[in-house]
Design a binder for this molecule. Structure first.
Ligand code: FDA
Ligand code: COI
Ligand code: MN
Length: 520
């Protein structure tokens, strides 16, 4: 295999006289180098930079390279069939498919390590594939290369019921984990709706409907086994460690949470578990206006009610929900609620929330006490993506994902609704409003590119509004390829530079999920 990469080992001062050598470096790196030069010329930085161009890498997946992959994982575990590559070249979002050159089905951490080393030695892109349910094009193979499907590593390694934690391999989904541990009386509550892999959820820092009570993946991962670009295997908190707290050095665990396959491949995760609540009660309540529904949410949170779920759906979302899941709910801005606890604590929470909702003109409370009713309600809520997609046959989902401090939520949602009206755009709004997180859902029909342009512009406006209101352009879906251009606006050039330095340190050859997170 020929190594076509061009290594530029440059000090900032030597760069000053070598600007023409930047031609082979990608646009972001050029921008980064120029910025570093600027700082350096002002005497602010003595950073030594090492960049590698990743041009023409996909051409390296030759027949010989594929044979090398087969010799690591076995013939049956490597595919170059178009249907398999196609299935691995897109997630569930609107982003158009971009195929990897080969798909490898790893069966063990040794496989993952050897495949990573082979790709690194040959500077071939490597894209981890969890279960493909992402919403920001995270698995699209933008520069071809190898898609590493780790979904077949399905062991639950251990369950420490007395410590409320467990360790799973990369292919275990949250649904599978919860079935496996049902008899222990414990569960893993973080629920993005889709039956995603737990390690994929670590990779995107997922959350969803229960995060308001139990936190996001960031708060629930104790340790991870990670394979680095060169094949090194490490545990982010030390091998076999699973304490609730640690102040030992840098927080590597949280560095890898949300890294979207760009820093390493997560092959095992040790996560927190929770007792299945003694009593659970769900409810739906409708409001005359969005403002009143969101004001209710803010007041519930400010009163300190330990609510387990508080989900907002506007009238357009309820309409889609009714049609797709055969409900007959009042078409009005609504809150879906859930309370967990002892019977008396659930009763107490219910009384407080009912009172607050009524003060905000909430009506038609419907309570779901039995498990079947509750499951039907939440299954339908989690299928809202498909309900909204069904509004435009042949469309794919485009979702915004902003998150703001809770006190700014009413203003942001109301302004968003006005912006939608002004732009003449139809987009149901749903959200995990207890966290200040919500989505506008746009069905995208690729036959109408002008509609996509308009949606993207609207999405950017919303992200900017959220940032202005002290929030983020993504509360839970990640940056992927959809939000790359927004990252600098959110974290600033200094934040972006620090992230690039981390990326370069862990992945100097830029093989891990290239083209993601960083602006092009
Ligand atoms: C119907 C529906 C509803 C929702 C959602 C999806 C769908 C289809 N999602 C999004 C999605 O479920 C979430 O992003 C998951 O965490 C993705 O997990 P996958 O295993 O599918 O990762 P997937 O395979 O899609 O990969 C996502 C990214 O992570 C990387 N990756 C995956 N596994 C990895 C590993 N083991 N090591 C390193 N990198 C890895 C990939 O390279 C990619 O960049 C969501 N999300 C959310 O937070 N809240 C929500 O409410 C919803 N709702
Ligand atoms: C497409 C999104 C609306 C999916 C999601 O995050 C949700 O349903 O909460
Ligand atoms: Mn969501």
């Amino acid at each position: 295999m020929r190594d076509m990469s061009m290594t530029l080992d440059l000090t900032l001062t030597s760069l000053l006289s070598n600007c023409d050598r930047l031609q082979g470096v990608n646009m972001f790196s050029q921008k980064f180098i120029r910025h570093a030069l600027l700082l350096s010329s002002r005497g602010k930085s003595g950073i030594r930079c090492r960049f590698r161009s990743t041009q023409a890498i996909a051409e390296k997946v030759t027949d010989g390279f594929v044979e090398d992959l087969r010799s690591i994982v076995g013939k049956a575990n490597v595919s170059t069939a178009e249907a398999v590559r196609d299935q691995h070249g897109h997630d569930e979002s609107y982003h158009e498919t971009t195929l990897p050159d080969a798909v490898v089905f790893a069966q063990s951490v040794e496989h993952v390590s050897k495949v990573a080393k082979l790709c690194n030695d040959n500077v071939v892109p490597l894209i981890p594939f969890g279960s493909g349910t992402g919403l920001e094009g995270g698995i699209n193979a933008l520069k071809g290369g190898v898609c590493l499907d780790i979904s077949q590593m399905k062991n639950v390694i251990e369950v420490n019921a007395e410590d409320f934690d467990c360790t799973v391999e990369s292919g275990v989904t949250r649904g599978e984990l919860n079935s496996y541990i049902r008899d222990t009386g414990l569960n893993f509550p973080v629920d993005p709706g889709a039956d995603a892999s737990v390690c994929g959820m670590c990779a995107t820092s997922a959350s969803g409907t229960n995060a308001v009570r139990y936190g996001t993946m960031r708060e629930n991962v104790l340790n991870m086994e990670v394979v680095l670009a060169d094949g090194t295997v490490l545990w982010t908190a030390g091998k076999n460690k699973r304490s609730r707290k640690t102040s030992a050095g840098y927080n590597l665990t949280n560095l890898f949470v949300g890294s979207e396959g760009t820093l390493g491949i997560i092959t095992k995760a040790t996560i927190r578990l929770y007792g299945i609540p003694e009593a659970t009660l769900s409810a739906v309540v409708h409001f005359p206006s969005i403002q009143e529904a969101v004001d209710t949410t803010v007041q519930v949170m400010q009163c300190g009610v330990p609510i387990a779920r508080i989900e907002f759906l506007d009238e357009a979302a309820i309409d889609a929900f009714n049609k797709y899941s055969k409900f007959d709910m009042k078409v009005a801005p609504s809150l879906f609620l859930e309370f967990h606890g002892s019977p008396s604590s659930v009763e107490e929470q219910k009384e407080v929330v009912e009172e607050i909702a009524k003060m905000n003109n909430g009506s038609n409370f419907k309570w779901a006490t039995n498990a079947d009713e509750r499951n039907r309600l939440w299954k339908a809520r989690h299928e809202i993506v498909y309900a909204c997609t069904a509004l435009v046959p042949g469309s794919k989902p485009y979702s915004t994902d902003v998150c703001v401090p809770i006190s700014n939520l009413p203003a942001v949602i109301v302004q968003t609704k006005e912006m939608l009206k002004k732009e003449n755009l139809v987009g149901p709004i749903v959200g995990h409003v207890g966290d200040g997180n919500f989505h506008i859902f746009f069905p995208v029909d690729h036959d109408h590119p002008e509609a996509l342009t308009k949606i993207k512009a609207m999405s950017e406006k919303m992200s900017l509004l959220a940032m202005e209101m002290h929030g983020t352009c993504t509360g839970e879906h990640g940056i992927g390829m959809g939000k790359r251009e927004l990252l600098e606006k959110e974290v600033g050039i200094e934040g972006l530079r620090a992230m690039q330095i981390v990326k370069n340190a862990f992945d100097p050859n830029q093989i891990l999920n290239p083209g993601k997170i960083f602006p092009v």
